[in-house]
Design a protein around this ligand. Structure first.
Ligand code: PEP
Length: 248
């Protein structure tokens, strides 16, 4: 059985003070929830959020990790730095990093290797743009992102994949549950073909893209969907809790 995982991606939102306020509001709302709950927050919020979630079931995540151990990499944050704070999860290869900051499948792979080497649990994002979808290139794009992004990786125990169609991120447009399930099914079959049945069976694959309390139940009911990566709705405690508590 794959345990569902709901992760918030706060992006560039919330000062440390605002972050603590959000966590304090969220804690009682999700205290009895069944899924694994993660909040991936800006680097500047990590220490404050780490203290605020203490004793709760919320786990701490960052939004990226450097591919080098240390050194002359201005603006980057190393795995060792994140580990010292108590970070457990890291998002890698989010489409906004790919779109605005030149992230490639190769740099995704390097960050992934570094995260695993340091016992950080990666949430690796993949997904097609609207243009690619309209040209029927979804499978081709996902195949490249996965085969190149996960090149050389053998142990998937700590890895989560987030399938996020770029056209659904922050747009209010959600893939239909059937469509998301089908595409995630394709990802799972590709993983099966490349890394074997056991890996494919246990690998958790989330859906991400305008997930909200009103569509979470339907998406989460799908056989292949093991959770959600949540952007906008993660910034409001009641919305995020509504998704975490999708079973009611
Ligand atoms: C995301 O950024 O990972 C995301 C899914 O955003 P949103 O939920 O706002 O579409």
């Amino acid at each position: 059985m794959r345990k569902p995982i709901i992760a918030g991606n706060w992006k560039m939102n919330k000062t440390a003070k605002q972050a603590v306020e959000l966590i304090e509001e969220l804690k009682p709302l999700i205290a009895k929830s069944k899924p694994e709950v993660v909040v991936c927050v800006p680097y500047t919020d990590l220490w404050a959020v780490k203290d605020a979630i203490a004793g709760s079931k919320i786990k701490l995540g960052a939004e990226n990790v450097a591919w080098a151990d240390n050194g002359a990499f201005t603006g980057e944050i190393s795995a060792e730095m994140l580990k010292e704070i108590g970070v457990e999860y890291v998002i890698i290869g989010h489409s906004e990093r790919r779109q605005y900051f030149g992230e490639t499948d190769q740099s995704v792979n390097m960050r992934l290797v570094q995260a695993l080497k340091n016992d950080l649990k990666p949430i690796v994002c993949v997904g097609e743009t609207l243009q690619e979808r309209e040209k029927n290139k979804t499978k081709k794009v996902l195949k490249k992102q996965i085969l190149e992004g996960f090149k050389g990786i053998e142990d998937f125990t700590n890895i989560v994949i987030a399938y996020e169609p770029v056209w659904a991120i922050g747009t209010g447009k959600t893939a239909t549950a059937e469509d998301a399930n089908k595409t995630i099914g394709y990802i799972r079959s590709l993983v099966r073909k490349t890394w074997g049945a056991e890996v494919a069976k246990s690998l958790r694959i989330q859906y991400g893209g305008s997930m909200k309390p009103t569509n979470a139940k339907e998406l989460m009911a799908m056989r292949n969907i093991d959770g959600g990566l949540i952007g906008g709705a993660a910034l409001k405690a009641t919305d995020f809790a509504g998704i975490v508590n999708y079973k009611g």
